[in-house]
Design a protein around this ligand. Structure first.
Ligand SMILES: *[C@@H]1O[C@H](CO)[C@@H](O)[C@H](O)[C@H]1NC(C)=O
Ligand SMILES: *[C@@H]1O[C@H](CO)[C@@H](O)[C@H](O)[C@H]1NC(C)=O
Ligand SMILES: *[C@@H]1O[C@H](CO)[C@@H](O)[C@H](O)[C@H]1NC(C)=O
Ligand SMILES: *[C@@H]1O[C@H](CO)[C@@H](O)[C@H](O)[C@H]1NC(C)=O
Ligand SMILES: *[C@@H]1O[C@H](CO)[C@@H](O)[C@H](O)[C@H]1NC(C)=O
Ligand SMILES: *[C@@H]1O[C@H](CO)[C@@H](O)[C@H](O)[C@H]1NC(C)=O
Ligand SMILES: *[C@@H]1O[C@H](CO)[C@@H](O)[C@H](O)[C@H]1NC(C)=O
Ligand SMILES: *[C@@H]1O[C@H](CO)[C@@H](O)[C@H](O)[C@H]1NC(C)=O
Ligand SMILES: *[C@@H]1O[C@H](CO)[C@@H](O)[C@H](O)[C@H]1NC(C)=O
Ligand SMILES: *[C@@H]1O[C@H](CO)[C@@H](O)[C@H](O)[C@H]1NC(C)=O
Ligand SMILES: *[C@@H]1O[C@H](CO)[C@@H](O)[C@H](O)[C@H]1NC(C)=O
Ligand SMILES: *[C@@H]1O[C@H](CO)[C@@H](O)[C@H](O)[C@H]1NC(C)=O
Length: 838
């Protein structure tokens, strides 16, 4: 099957044409202005794509702006542009006619790198990288390198290639001279968007302007691929009529690591001197298995126009292991152009272009190949799809194929289709070497888990890098490292067939209920047992699971408790098992969501004291299932209304105490953590204020700082009590309002009387009052919460003149008595109501 050729191939082709008929979708996007041209498409892992457009103004320049169209997975498109003044000349073609001076690439997980030159003045020009969001908002700007000057003008070849792994940054490359390529490896941006240098160096080409490119390799490395063609002298080859195009073709590969001076190679991985019209090499890291591969597309004209496809497999050491021939694809003579894409995660696409009668339009045809080169079929787009401008991109994860086609001056169209699975299954780890793990992705684990394990498809061994467990919270973007296990650690053990690796986990690792965890397996933490080649790992946020469960408590009737206590230990266990089963069928819920029931905890804080049982309910990620809160509520209602619910139908559940219901056990520290922190902060602030006031003016009654805070707090708590609890017992709602309003009114009136009396009788007070009317009025009103407030006016706290009113001894005693009465008519009734309420 591997070497399909001639009629066999055609037959297969037609069979598949009928089998693989999948649908495709298309979205037409109308621009608001004419003349925008698609520049490139960047696809992200969350299935969002960013399309960049430029607007040409003449042969060599575009308008100085980068338009962004963000295509969301739901099909909507947001329009935006890069919000940064990139100098105009970056929007003109450079010495190499192909490129605009600026370059743009993805910065995972969701931003963009834009490379540009800050000036055309050769003396002071440099490359910079701008980091922006996908919508074009500025994040940071970083100096990268000086420009290089080739043949007297600025080389326009500087470009960036970002690493496919989210953990790494990007490589900047540029011709330093015609035969020297300089490269600089930058880290991924830190939290502030800062980039830092990881490695830099030079690559010496065989010939001027040899072609080169980069691919992402495992462990944050890049593989640098350089191809060189040496046309042999035609004179020395006598039989010109057979092949005037003979040349030797070589492919070299080097590995650049993300550490200073970390470079291996170059290794010669392919060389040929057979007659070919043209050779293209497409190298990549293997998605399954290990190492790298290069697909060589050898285009032949004779005897018929055809493409011979070869695949070379390469190990990390640079040695070539296998060279195999792929499909030999015959194409019609009218194919004028072709492209080759490696698809994620596996499989290949060969796109062929043919002329149409309209010189602007070409037809495109896509041929899909399996990962091992077998012919799969064609893509789903119509065979006569005509395009003027065309881009393909394989989307992440969902293997979506995008084709973007410029329709006319005002609009363009996105066509997309979901591609078949070409490789062995990937179970969500984005690592097809993995068969399964414990815990599974998105599963719930009990807190008692002390081991995790990973099962591979083939035997493996531990290598040098780490496996790390992180705890994370959705609202805070700072994962906490719980445990990191390096390769030589005794925490690892293997299954007998060496396919499963077991990792012992400290008891302290999964010690938080209701928490989320993920495990990161670095590249080269695990290697292949047979070949010793490092395997790719699992990136963060893939292998996620949690300890989500809520514990609730319930109680038994007296009769039930007696029955239970009279059972033998063994029968008690049986009873609890049966109770769990019966509860699951009463709710009803999958029994696996209920943990084992624990008995018995004697709680004398209850009135009357009770014996309680506890049950943990595990959460689920299935959106169709009820969440934990819902189950807690349902169970509470079911037990409270047990007379009319299934609870009374089962032999075990009928013993449950309806008056207690099912109550969630609050994790005290968890629910009050923030209150406690708040209270401590307030106390510290008040303490500091007090110390400050005391220092400034030791004679003042500085203690009023605390008094004031306590009065206000008491008042707020009173109001909150009415709002939150008063309503629970409706018959007490009115009394609690009355016992709130009456004291306020009384206090207010007394405070007015006191102030008026002082103004009339106390000359000193009157003088103070004239100068400080506002503050006096404010405190008269505040005194309606507590008359003690008036004493603050004469406190001289911190020596502030505002608070230096002189209040007569007599009035001070009124305030004291008024405040005492207020306590009796306000706080005591509230206390009583509160007690009744519970
Ligand atoms: C785009 O314009 C075409 C006509 O030029 C119109 O038929 C189509 O509805 C428009 N589409 C949108 C999404 O506005
Ligand atoms: C294109 O336009 C730019 C900016 O207006 C101008 O500097 C440049 O000379 C023009 N080039 C050509 C070939 O017209
Ligand atoms: C599509 O997704 C984007 C981004 O998530 C969102 O802002 C937008 O409202 C969605 N549109 C529709 C129609 O759902
Ligand atoms: C360009 O950047 C270089 C390096 O930071 C600096 O020396 C030079 O002044 C800049 N030129 C302009 C025009 O900003
Ligand atoms: C350099 O410039 C000269 C004359 O302008 C030209 O003949 C030559 O091809 C150029 N070399 C390169 C490598 O572009
Ligand atoms: C040269 O080509 C002719 C056909 O074009 C062939 O018959 C002949 O054998 C070739 N000679 C050699 C030395 O390959
Ligand atoms: C295809 O069209 C292009 C122009 O669009 C032309 O240059 C080329 O010669 C044509 N090729 C064939 C095989 O017709
Ligand atoms: C893949 O795409 C299909 C249809 O577009 C969608 O129903 C499915 O949920 C997607 N799968 C993932 C994993 O995003
Ligand atoms: C992985 O660990 C779990 C829990 O200890 C165990 O039940 C399971 O059998 C292990 N899997 C393998 C393949 O060893
Ligand atoms: C994956 O594991 C299951 C059982 O755990 C086994 O039946 C299956 O053969 C494994 N698949 C591969 C490709 O190893
Ligand atoms: C592995 O973890 C250790 C600490 O446990 C750390 O020092 C080391 O740098 C880590 N190795 C890698 C490659 O991250
Ligand atoms: C598993 O690995 C160990 C140590 O490398 C080796 O001795 C053993 O033969 C391997 N077992 C299998 C089934 O490959």
């Amino acid at each position: 099957m591997k070497n399909l050729s001639g009629t066999n191939f055609l037959l297969f082709y037609f069979l598949l044409l009928f089998i693989n008929t999948l649908a495709y979708e298309s979205i037409l996007y109308n621009e608001t202005e004419p003349g925008l041209k698609i520049e490139r498409i960047l696809t992200f892992r969350d299935r969002t794509s960013v399309i960049t457009l430029v607007k040409p103004i003449n042969e060599s320049c575009t308008e100085p702006r980068i338009n962004l169209r963000v295509l969301h997975p739901n099909g909507t498109i947001d329009a935006s542009e890069v919000d940064y003044p990139i100098p105009d000349f970056n929007f003109c073609r450079g010495t190499d006619e192909e490129f605009f001076l600026f370059d743009i690439d993805r910065s995972f997980p969701e931003s963009l790198y834009i490379l540009y030159i800050n000036s055309t003045d050769i003396a002071s020009a440099s490359y910079y990288v701008l980091l922006v969001t996908r919508m074009g908002q500025f994040i940071s700007n970083t100096y990268i390198a000086p420009i290089s000057i080739l043949n007297g003008s600025i080389s326009s070849n500087g470009h960036i290639t970002s690493h496919i792994s989210e953990e790494y940054g990007f490589m900047f490359l540029n011709y330093e001279t015609e035969t020297v390529v300089m490269w600089i490896y930058f880290s991924k941006p830190d939290d502030e968007g800062k980039l830092s240098l990881l490695n830099k160096g030079k690559y010496y080409l065989q010939n001027s302007f040899d072609e080169y490119y980069l691919i992402s390799a495992i462990g944050g490395s890049y593989a640098f691929i350089a191809t060189t063609t040496n046309p042999t002298d035609i004179e020395t080859k006598p039989n010109e009529s057979i092949n005037p195009y003979e040349f030797t073709y070589k492919v070299y590969m080097s590995f650049i690591k993300p550490i200073m001076n970390g470079v291996d190679g170059p290794f010669l991985i392919y060389q040929s001197a057979i007659p070919h019209l043209n050779v293209d090499a497409h190298c990549d890291a293997t998605y399954t298995g290990t190492g790298y591969f290069c697909i060589l597309l050898l285009e032949r004209d004779k005897p018929k126009k055809s493409y011979l496809i070869k695949k070379i497999s390469i190990q990390n050491s640079g040695s070539v292991t296998v060279m195999e021939n792929f499909a030999d694809i015959n194409v019609d003579a009218d194919v004028v152009d072709k492209r080759f894409n490696n698809l994620f995660p596996g499989g290949f696409l060969l796109t062929l272009f043919r002329n149409t009668t309209d010189s602007y339009l070409k037809t495109v045809e896509g041929i899909l190949l399996y990962n091992d080169g077998r012919y799969y079929g064609t893509w789903d787009f119509p065979k006569d799809l005509k395009v003027s401008q065309y881009y393909t991109m394989s989307g992440y994860r969902n293997r979506t194929m995008l084709v973007i086609n410029q329709e006319d001056e005002m609009s363009w169209r996105v066509l997309y289709t979901t591609l078949p699975k070409f490789t062995s299954d990937d179970y969500g780890y984005e690592n097809p070497n993995i068969n399964s793990t414990y815990p599974l992705i998105n599963s719930n684990i009990p807190l008692s888990v002390t081991n995790i394990n990973i099962t591979y498809h083939s035997p493996i061994a531990i290598s040098t890098n780490n496996i790390s467990i992180y705890q994370y919270r959705n609202d805070i973007d700072l994962p906490i490292l719980r445990q990191s296990i390096p390769g030589n650690s005794p925490y690892f053990s293997y299954s007998p067939d060496n396919k499963t690796i077991n990792i012992k986990v400290l008891e302290s690792t999964f010690n938080q209920p209701n928490s989320n965890y993920y495990v990161v397996v670095q590249d080269d933490a695990i290697k292949d047992w047979n070949t010793n080649q490092p395997l790719i790992g699992i990136e963060k946020n893939r292998w996620k699971f949690n300890t989500n469960e809520s514990i609730g408590r319930f109680s038994m009737t007296e009769e039930g408790l007696k029955f239970f206590q009279n059972l033998s230990l063994n029968n008690q266990r049986k009873f609890l098992t049966q109770l769990r089963i019966d509860l699951a069928s009463s709710i009803p819920v999958d029994i696996n969501r209920l943990d084992d029931i624990k008995c018995c905890e004697y709680d004398n804080s209850q009135i009357p004291p009770r014996t309680l049982l506890s049950l943990a309910i595990k959460s689920t990620t299935d959106p169709n299932e009820r969440n934990v809160d819902r189950i807690l509520k349902d169970l509470d209602i079911l037990i409270k209304e047990k007379e009319i619910t299934p609870i009374s139908w089962f032999g075990t559940t009928t013993f449950l105490d309806a008056s207690f219901g099912f109550q969630r056990t609050e994790n005290f520290l968890d629910s009050f953590k923030f209150h406690l922190i708040g209270i401590i902060i307030v106390i510290v602030i008040l303490g500091l204020l007090y110390i400050y006031a005391k220092k400034r003016y030791p004679l003042g009654k500085n203690i009023v700082i605390f008094k004031f805070s306590l009065i206000i707090l008491n008042f707020i708590l009173g109001i909150m009590f009415i709002l939150s609890n008063g309503k629970k017992v409706p018959q007490l709602f009115i009394p609690s309002i009355i016992f709130c309003i009456i004291p306020i009114t009384v206090n207010f009136m007394i405070s007015i009387i006191i102030i008026l009396r002082e103004i009339k009788k106390n000359r000193h007070f009157y003088k103070w009052f004239k100068n400080n009317t506002n503050i006096a009025v404010l405190f008269t009103i505040l005194a309606s919460t507590d008359l003690e407030m008036l004493n603050i006016l004469s406190s001289q706290v911190a020596g502030i003149m505002l608070f230096s009113a002189s209040i007569s001894k007599k009035t001070q005693s009124y305030i004291f008595w008024g405040s005492l009465i207020g306590f009796f008519i306000e706080d005591i009734p509230r206390f009583i109501i509160q007690k009744v309420n519970y």
